[in-house]
Design a protein. Sequence first.
Length: 334
Amino acid sequence: MTRKVSIAFQTDKTAAEYIALARLVDGYNFDVVSVYCDAPYHPSYGPLLLMAPHIRGARLGPAAVSPFRMHPIDIAANTALLSGTAAGGVYVGLARGAWLAQHGIREPDRPITAIREAVEIVRQLLSGEPVGYAGEVYSIAPHVKAPYPLPEEDIPIMIGTWGRKLATLAGELADEVKVGGSANPELAPIIGGYINEGEKRAGRDPGSVRLVVGGVTVVDEDRDRARQAAKEALALYLPVVAPLDPTVESDPELLSLIADYVQYGDLHKARALISDKLLERFAFAGDARDLIRQAEALFDAGVGRVEFGTPHGLASGKGVRLIGEQVLPALKRN
């Protein structure tokens, strides 16, 4: 399977900033451009629709939408609309989501079932056929069908997860599985094994589903400053993702303290609690050589796509340029 490189953005920008970033990334040979869908930031599709007219080659999509925040019929409709302006194609990324309860969003009692049903509903709507869906979580009347122009191609589905049950489901149904918030090559064979269980269950060939790994990224010629900035950016996510990594012995008290510092805006104290070893496992950080080394280790471990996430650099635009001009060409050569 051909290895791919992508870049992802947080949805906390103005319309003009989304457009400027789109024009910037279009100058480089990224395979995929993603935007997040973390509450309470902008939902993915508005930023994607602003960016799409300015990106000619990369595939665009959300990494990833929770169907508990956005109903599957809206995910399908937004995907169809985006496909009409995205020259390089689109994908749909689905995940259970994080921080939902903090924002008044309730997860259903059977979240794995809900993801399965969301995939089926989105695919059915985008096929143009009546849905007629009676699931355990979602129910759509038999006459309902997409009343809008449909994509000309089949839309790849990505499922974001760290867990065995959802990764196995993705092995059955999806085209990609993304582990978000990691840079750890030791995790790849574990998640890959879960995916393979689902591939076998569905009678699919081993390796049918691409593994994607992405996380916080900060690159700069000043390696030390980049790593300190990455620790600050990672502090928001580390209390969520560290307990999910079975190869890391996480400290609940430490993670709780980091979360408290983040909540009260003291990122300096939060970053001081993050060791270099934790940083290496959960973020891409340092100079261009560091990012190349980390990405190569992931590819060697079986990852099919590496996604460099926000904030990219000490200044976002400079970080994107360093990735596009120094990191991306090195990874594409190999």
